[in-house]
Design a protein around this ligand. Structure first.
Ligand SMILES: Nc1ncnc2c1ncn2[C@@H]1O[C@H](COP(=O)(O)OP(=O)(O)OP(=O)(O)O)[C@@H](O)[C@H]1O
Ligand SMILES: [Mg+2]
Ligand SMILES: [Zn+2]
Length: 290
């Protein structure tokens, strides 16, 4: 089976960069800074495949490049180099309303123009951020936030938009009565639920979650995680979740990649990684959460 998403040899360098940034071998993730020019190598030669309906975890300490990687996949930033390919399972029937999708296949998505990248993001991707300020306009109603996303995905009928927004709030267990209320007056847990509703509004092929529960109280965290898990099963989502919490990774994912200073130091089945971590850093991470 072909992966839905295939990412190869991604580098993201912040700074002037020099020849040494990419040529120096640092497979163990000793530092993310180039000794010669001082640039930050936020992602170093990152490759992975993501399969249909799989939940892939990205785990690593603060500054290891997890958020950078998601930003690249979501076209918020451009990589310094590397490729990303997309292969929906049944791509012959695969459509974006009003657009021919031939341009999507067998092409490095990073090389597409910004219009096409936006099209992919609006129709095929959803993102949930740790910080609700990044994913929501807090001064616009919950329904308005979801509606805005639906408009970007080509939906024009106001009644349809409102009914889909209601449906999504129900799905994410937000009181539908709050449709016209502003998220700035919602609790942190509710804001994350609205973010999830918004991210799911366009029925994305790919859902990206960047530490979606990190800012929440433990009990709220558990509820939001359970919600993510049940939506994942129900909607057959293909998901990448970033976390520094191995408990969350264990709870939600089947495969995991472990990052350190921009390098993938270990990858494999989550159970195997947790039971028998190979890399020194993963061992440390696993032992520290026991
Ligand atoms: N715009 C930027 N300019 C310069 N350096 C950056 C920029 N964005 C990120 N970095 C650097 O890239 C590295 C990776 O950052 P990133 O935010 O991806 O880490 P992270 O794994 O998500 O960390 P955290 O767990 O704290 O969220 C860090 O050293 C960070 O300082
Ligand atoms: Mg981050
Ligand atoms: Zn350099």
């Amino acid at each position: 089976m072909k992966p839905v998403l295939s990412v190869k040899n991604i580098y993201k360098i912040y700074g002037a960069s020099c020849l040494h940034c990419t040529s120096s071998e640092d497979v163990n993730g000793k530092s993310n800074q180039c000794r010669h020019c001082g640039s930050i190598i936020s992602c170093r030669n990152v490759s992975f495949d993501l399969y249909h309906e799989e939940v892939l975890g990205i785990v690593g300490e603060s500054g290891s490049g997890k958020s950078t990687l998601l930003k690249l996949l979501y076209f918020e930033e451009d990589p310094t180099s590397g490729t990303m390919h997309i292969n929906p399972l049944n791509y012959k029937q695969f459509t974006i309303p009003g657009h021919c999708t031939d341009f999507l296949f067998d092409v490095n998505l990073f090389g597409l123009n910004s219009f096409r990248k936006r099209l992919i993001r609006n129709h095929l991707m959803g993102m949930v951020y740790q910080n609700p300020h990044l994913g929501l306009k807090l001064h616009i109603s919950a329904g308005g936030n979801i509606g805005e996303r639906l408009l970007m995905a080509g939906c024009r009928n106001i009644e349809q938009i409102r009914s889909r927004a209601r449906f999504l709030l129900e799905k994410t267990e937000v009181d539908v009565e709050r449709l016209d209320d502003l998220p700035q007056y919602f609790s942190g847990g509710m804001q994350q639920r609205v973010q999830i509703a918004k991210a799911l509004s366009n029925k994305p092929l790919l859902l990206f979650l960047d530490e979606p529960t990190t800012g929440l109280d433990l009990s709220v965290q558990a509820k939001v995680l359970d919600l993510i898990k049940s939506l994942q099963r129900e909607m057959n989502l293909t998901t990448i979740i970033v976390s520094h919490d191995l408990g969350i990774i264990k709870h939600l994912t089947t495969r995991t990649i472990v990052m350190k200073n921009g390098v993938v130091v270990e990858s494999g089945l989550t159970d195997q990684i947790l039971e028998d971590p190979q890399h020194e850093f993963t061992q440390l991470l696993v032992n520290s959460t026991l």
